[in-house]
Design a protein around this ligand. Structure first.
Ligand SMILES: [Zn+2]
Ligand SMILES: [Zn+2]
Length: 341
């Protein structure tokens, strides 16, 4: 099969012919890829930012936002059959540890993470386990939903944590209206009751956010902090969800957060620096959010099937992987790019 593989950090992926994955465990499933989302995490993997965490031996195939059709199943698989359209939860977890039993697949110490720790979905076929698969609701095509597998649940989990705080009359600021942000905004609109303020550097993305339910859209420039403060009666936002995660968005967020406010960090790469006296005096809560669990992906697919959460995506061939990654790095992708092998 064809696959786009990472041979060396900070170098283009090599698109080449490799052996098809094979079933080795009774619970293994081979998925024929219908679409693989292109994510900022893929850029970070290529930059080597994850190397000290996952230390995966090179070369390997990246791509962790996958959907497709069941192609082959192990002898113990009973929950899906060949030909079923599925979205792939990003990790193949053990099912037996305390984390798995409490539903938190991402915390499983035995997890395999295709695209990060083993071969992923920038390829024609992907190996995962039966536990990771969610059959797609009727009428939903794999290539149209692949980015929900990571961008989608990551946004969903953060907003689902924030939604009980988003009471009528509260203000929620959402920073970054790219792949994750535009999904998170729709989820906030569906699950919460806050007035939603969006912040982005790009006017098109801000206009899209108004179409998707934002109350106000603020352009990220020198006047942004005072504009957000004025939209929040000078007290700051009750909730901030930061889908960008740079030093600048971290610093700015802490200046736009209300006393007693909750700051959800979803995007990453920067460093949150805050004097402890400010945390105490303002009773700030700073909350991390990592991908999401199986049930959260299931819930998101149900919302999508009902037309409540739409995905803006554009499709490219697998051979265009390096060009698409470059466009993503340059901020030229609106919504999400999907590779269709
Ligand atoms: Zn991703
Ligand atoms: Zn486990």
């Amino acid at each position: 099969m064809r696959a786009a593989r990472l041979y060396q950090f900070n170098q283009p992926l090599k698109i080449e012919e490799v052996p098809d994955p094979i079933i080795t465990n009774p619970t293994d499933v081979i998925v024929k890829i219908g679409g693989a989302g292109v994510c900022h995490t893929d850029l970070h993997l290529i930059q080597g930012m994850w190397d000290h965490i996952v230390s995966t031996a090179l070369p390997y195939t990246i791509g962790h936002e996958n959907a497709g059709w069941v192609h082959q199943v192990g002898s113990g698989v009973t929950t899906v059959k060949v030909g079923d359209p599925v979205i792939v939860h990003p990790v193949a977890s053990c099912g037996y540890c305390l984390s798995c039993r409490s539903g938190e697949d991402m915390h499983c110490p035995e997890l395999k993470f295709p695209g990060l720790t083993v071969d992923g979905g920038y390829a024609e076929y992907l190996k995962t386990s039966d536990r990771a698969l969610i059959p797609l609701p009727k009428g939903v095509l794999p290539e149209n939903v692949a980015p929900f597998a990571d961008a989608g649940i990551t946004a969903y989990r953060a907003v689902r944590k924030a939604a009980p705080l988003a009471k009528p009359g509260t203000k929620a600021l959402m920073i970054g209206m790219g792949g994750l942000g535009h999904i998170g905004l729709q989820v906030m609109r569906e699950l919460g009751n806050a007035d939603i303020i969006t912040l982005d550097i790009d006017k098109d993305r801000l206009n899209m956010s108004l179409d998707l339910g934002a109350t106000h859209a603020v352009e990220a420039n020198d006047g942004a902090i005072s504009q957000v403060r004025s939209l929040t009666n000078e007290v700051g936002a009750d909730i901030i969800i930061d889908f960008v995660g740079t030093d600048q968005t971290h610093n700015d967020s802490l200046q736009m957060l209300r006393k007693g406010g909750h700051y959800f960090v979803v995007g990453y790469g920067g460093t949150v620096t805050v004097p402890s006296i400010d945390i105490i005096n303002n009773e700030f809560s700073i909350i991390g959010s990592l991908v999401g669990n199986y049930n959260e992906l299931y819930e998101l697919m149900e919302l999508h099937a009902r037309g409540k959460v739409k995905l803006h995506s554009s499709k490219y061939s697998l051979d265009e992987a390096n060009d698409v990654l470059k466009m993503l790095e340059e901020g030229k992708i609106n919504g999400r790019a999907v590779l269709v092998p």
